[in-house]
Design a protein around this ligand. Sequence first.
Ligand code: PLP
Length: 322
Amino acid sequence: MPIDHGLPWGRRCVEALVVGTTYHRGEFVDDADAQLSIRSKAVNYGLGCFGGIRAYWNDAKQELFVFRLSDHIERLFESALILGLEPPISENEAAEAVVELLRRNEAKSDQYVRPLLYVDSDELSPTLTDVPVALSIYAQPLGKYFGQESLHACVSSWRRVADNAIPARAKPTAAYLNSALARAEARRNGFDEAIFLTDDGDVSEGSAAHLFLVRRGELVSPPSTADNLEGITRRSLIELARSEPLGWTVVERTISRTELYAADEVFLCGTAAELTPVTRIDHRAVNGAKIGEWTTALGARFHDVAVGKADGWTHWRTPVWA
Ligand SMILES: Cc1ncc(COP(=O)(O)O)c(C=O)c1O
């Protein structure tokens, strides 16, 4: 029987790819020339790790701001360290390559940048030792990641990959089979997104986004030890929520599945996902299936800071055109 693939997810969440320039093995080349062999270990075994970075266009300032560039590059290099891969260039050089790539693509709209560090070998076996490592980086325009304002999520029957099976704290390419399986199951069953539990049954994260809930006047999120990625948006939201003008109480602690159903508000967050409200979980309404006040306030604050509308937080924004 043919598999029902559900809605055309990829088409809804990724805007049209624009032909431009890609950074590939130390050079800026035409997109079409950034190629890997079908024999590549990166293709066959997913041997590599990657990042996902957003840059926001500020029309009033005629500036493109890369959000937390050095933190994203630092995490990419940490992922490489965890996998035992030696990047071919330094963190500073990688950050410079991202900015240069956006300039070469004459980027003057919201962008998504994908640096990919991978085992650049066409030899047969799945090895991480004594292998050449390459870095490629592409960029593309990206608006909203999810096709709808708020999501109906389900708790996935797939467990989040455990950190000591495939490092969940890092962003290894191979771990995204776990994300893709959960997302496919959710969509085939009519949901918009999946929420992973850990092997112990605690809430971990979404398929490629972190989770927050609001309960009894506190913002709550599972810790990074719950087999989720060390998230940059999550970290940013915690800082923004705790600081003025919001000044909220934020708690990082284990979350049980049933707290999802009892929560006052739930949202997912991530570089691509930004801050996306979840208004139904497993057919139960959250906050009467309406987007909540905390979600709206934190989403607006995050957007203003990332785009460069809010004062301060300049260390989070790298201007491309200045
Ligand atoms: C598995 C996973 N969790 C969470 C996130 C969100 O992390 P960040 O805010 O650093 O983009 C991502 C996206 O990169 C992800 O792939």
